[in-house]
Design a protein around this ligand. Structure first.
Ligand SMILES: NC(=O)c1ccc[n+]([C@@H]2O[C@H](COP(=O)([O-])OP(=O)(O)OC[C@H]3O[C@@H](n4cnc5c(N)ncnc54)[C@H](O)[C@@H]3O)[C@@H](O)[C@H]2O)c1
Length: 278
């Protein structure tokens, strides 16, 4: 049976682990080839370990195990030249581009907006907002040149639809990409290129499953565990679950990437266990 994105090529940022790896594998399961980029380094100021080149190699292994092709490059979404070089090479090797997942992103330790260091604010905006624009900017010429339409999927957050205290930089960046998404949806509609955003609640990835984050949610405990964190995380959601799995986001990505959503554009799609309506 042909896959739901058979014969297409997807460009995924932040593909070394977490949701990005899951998107690569899920799209490959449905027949896509992948261009994967990731910084594969710690980002200074981030309170949890960054992805590694070994993580990106594991994504390559998992995609190739599905008999799909993958071009994987270490690149920083803050560097549009590196991003362009990586994607140009990927498209040259794989022959086309159809799907773009602007997924790379960071979280930082919480602090009140007026007490936030300028460098913490700027790094967040550079990666989680400007990095998404860079991703779209280098990809769009390939999509237009291909003449086959396309789908750009931006990973925002529940924090792109509502406010959360002490992460003003994250909330601002994740709201900002919604404005970018809507503008691109209008600009690219004549080319049949669709642009949508996904808004996850907590997702079971290294971004949240680390001790600093657990401590943040459980300041009452000296050494909180994942099990201690779970009820506090669950309190954010309407459905009685603490977090969703990366594949839950990947399934939404797959829908938006496939022709099943051919007339869906400009949409903010929550995959949030009801967090935004709570
Ligand atoms: N985990 C959650 O609870 C959650 C919830 C809502 C939204 N999100 C968003 O989902 C996206 C994916 O996050 P995740 O949960 O998979 O976390 P993750 O930390 O596991 O993965 C993020 C990936 O992005 C990469 N990355 C970070 N900065 C980069 C840069 N400058 N250039 C290139 N790559 C870079 C990292 O190396 C990492 O591999 C992010 O945009 C995040 O903000 C996450």
């Amino acid at each position: 049976m042909p896959g739901r994105v058979a014969g297409k090529v997807a460009f995924i940022t932040g593909a070394a682990r977490g949701q990005g790896r899951s998107h690569a594998v899920r799209l490959a399961q449905e027949g896509a080839d992948i261009v994967a980029v990731d910084i594969c380094e710690d980002v200074p100021g981030i309170p949890y370990p960054g992805a590694t080149e070994a993580d990106l190699a594991e994504t390559v292994k998992q995609v190739e195990a599905l008999d799909r092709r993958i071009v994987a490059v270490k690149a920083d979404v803050r560097d549009p030249r590196a991003l362009k070089a990586a994607l140009d090479d990927g498209v040259a090797q794989l022959g086309r581009l159809d799907i773009v997942c602007a997924n790379a992103g960071i979280g930082t330790a919480p602090v009140a907006a007026w007490e936030m260091d300028e460098s913490v604010w700027q790094t967040m905006i550079d990666i989680n907002l400007t990095g998404v624009w860079h991703t779209a900017k280098v990809a769009i010429p390939h999509l237009i040149a291909g003449g086959n339409g396309g789908s750009i999927i931006i990973t925002s957050s529940a924090a792109g639809l509502q406010a959360y205290q002490n992460i003003a930089h994250y909330v601002s960046a994740k709201h900002g990409v919604v404005g970018l998404m809507r503008t691109l949806a209008l600009e690219l509609a004549p080319h049949f290129i669709r642009v949508n955003s996904i808004h996850p609640t907590q997702v079971d990835t290294p971004m949240i499953q680390n001790e600093p984050t657990w401590r943040l949610f459980r300041p009452d405990l000296e050494h909180p565990t994942e099990a201690d964190f779970a009820p506090a995380s669950q309190a954010m959601n309407a459905l009685p679950i603490p977090w969703v799995d990366p594949v839950d986001i990947s399934n939404a990505v797959l829908y938006l990437a496939s022709d099943e959503s051919r007339y869906v554009t400009g949409v903010t799609l929550p995959v949030d266990a009801g967090a935004v309506i709570k």
